[in-house]
Write a protein that binds this ligand. Structure first.
Ligand SMILES: Cc1ncc(COP(=O)(O)O)c(C=O)c1O
Length: 462
């Protein structure tokens, strides 16, 4: 009997416009993936059926956002849309100063350049690819201080994005507080499988930061999703709105970098925000060199308008409930097929555990990269590797970094696909899983120097 008290996570919107998808045959896909060097980043999107490569810039905008696009004030300086974006950032996040950037990495670049000196160490709750690279390019060394549980895909702890404050204090004491320009806190942690940090932990990190006089930089790319997990699972927050929790998280940090292409529901855009006037002043000078004037930072006026509206939509409880509801729908379905996925289920995607799916493929033969290629071959579903290829090489030894997590990310764009699409994805993963014994792994035949996962090419081991 169905439970009459249950209310499913259905979307708080209806569909006004559709975009046709192309259907391909297995023969087509064999050719496309081979031409792409078995790297899903190198496929043409017209050859993809369900695109779960990333949730970055792939959201569907609302009719309000599209209407906002028509209000673009494309003045070079002092665009009205900048001021509306500034209002949104102050109102929903609480940061005092705003510098728009073309996307998240633009803000990471500026902030790393301003705050990091040669020989500094930057602790963070696991690395993110572009964030770490900008820290390194500025002369710093990233140090992972996330709790150990985050590296174990089977551990069920609800807040695997938490920082281990003992590890953090040990680092500060051993290197000296003057060598730590800031603590980098991401909400949620992408590379750990979309895992949230708890408010309690963030408060503890704030106390450590205050004790040693160190700032906190907030990678707030998915802050609303993190806030929802706090609302659902942390004591004392079930009666607070996502908007209130978002504001509280931001209030515990000093600066922020934002890729608005995720939470904030736009196809392009980001920003740097700060509460410190001196950092703002320096950033508003550097942004002119790398992005554009400080009132547009590489964005059109219309992009800033869409972002201002998207931020307001992103912190609505109904929106986030349906967004994460859809991600968990896919996760539950895969679990019902006994497919190994990272647990607990994350917020922006489901992460297949390639180490457990392909235990016979050594990490040197790129199990997650191989699995992503096989999934595309099976159904035209595009996913992304988050394992040894993404982890890159150790700067000093030149050897591969060997991450504990070897994952394939099925990232769900916001407000784009239906429940039936999720069913097809799950069915395709099951079919690849059933044929896993035949999969042998790959060799890398081309390796770019920076962020190799974007452009590396591979050859199948037959
Ligand atoms: C956690 C996190 N930080 C930073 C970035 C970089 O943002 P962007 O892709 O807008 O440059 C991303 C993008 O995927 C991300 O997921």
């Amino acid at each position: 009997m169905p439970n009459s008290k249950k209310r499913s996570w259905a979307e708080p919107f209806k569909i006004k416009m559709v975009e046709p998808l192309s259907m391909t045959t297995i023969q087509d896909r064999q050719r496309y993936i081979q031409e792409a060097g078995y790297n899903t980043f190198l496929l043409r999107s017209k050859d993809v059926y369900i695109d779960l490569l990333t949730d970055s810039g792939t959201s569907a905008m609302s009719d309000r956002q599209w209407a906002g696009i028509m209000l673009g004030d494309e003045a070079y300086a002092g665009s009205e849309n900048f001021y509306r974006l500034e209002d949104s950032v102050k109102r929903f996040y609480g940061y005092k100063y705003l510098i728009p950037t073309h996307q998240g990495r633009g803000a990471e670049h500026l902030l790393s350049r301003i705050l990091i000196k040669d020989g500094d160490y930057i602790p963070g709750n696991m690395y993110f690819t572009t964030t770490r690279l900008h820290q390194e390019l500025a002369g710093g060394t990233f140090v992972d201080v996330i709790i150990d549980e985050a590296h174990d895909p089977e551990n069920l702890f609800k807040f695997k994005g938490n920082i281990d404050t003992d590890k953090l204090i040990k680092l500060i004491e051993s290197k000296g507080a003057d060598k730590i320009p800031y603590i980098c806190v991401a909400t949620t942690v992408n590379m750990a499988g979309g895992q949230p940090i708890s408010m309690q932990n963030l408060k503890e990190v704030r106390n450590v930061a205050d004790k040693y006089g160190i700032d906190i930089v907030h990678d707030m790319t998915r802050v609303a999703e993190n806030a929802y997990m706090i609302q659902q699972h942390e004591e004392g927050y079930s009666n607070k709105s996502v908007a209130e929790i978002v504001k509280e998280i931001c209030s515990l940090t000093d600066h922020a970098t934002m890729s608005a292409k995720k939470d904030a529901l736009v196809n392009i855009g980001g920003f740097l925000a700060t509460n410190k006037e001196d950092v703002y002043t320096e950033a508003s000078n550097w942004v002119v060199v790398y992005e554009g004037l400080h009132t547009y930072g590489g964005l059109a006026g219309r992009d800033m308008e869409a972002m201002a509206i998207g931020i307001a939509e992103s912190v609505q409880d109904d929106h986030i409930r349906a967004r994460i509801g859809q991600v968990h729908y896919l996760g539950e379905k895969l679990l019902s097929y006994n497919i190994p996925v990272v647990m607990p289920l994350g917020t922006h995607g489901i992460f297949l555990d390639a180490k457990r799916i392909l235990p016979h493929v050594p990490q040197d033969n790129y199990p997650a990269q191989t699995l992503a290629a096989e999934l595309y071959l099976d159904s035209g579903v595009r996913s992304m590797e988050r394992g040894i290829v993404s982890a890159g090489r150790n700067e000093e030894t030149g050897k591969h970094n060997y991450p504990k997590l070897e994952l394939v990310r099925l990232t769900i764009p916001r407000r784009v696909y239906t429940q039936a699409h999720m069913d097809v994805v799950a069915e395709s993963v099951l079919s690849v899983y059933e044929n896993r014994d035949k999969i042998k792994g790959m060799e890398m035949v081309y390796e770019p120097k920076y962020l190799r996962f974007f452009q590396a090419k591979f050859k199948k081991i037959e």
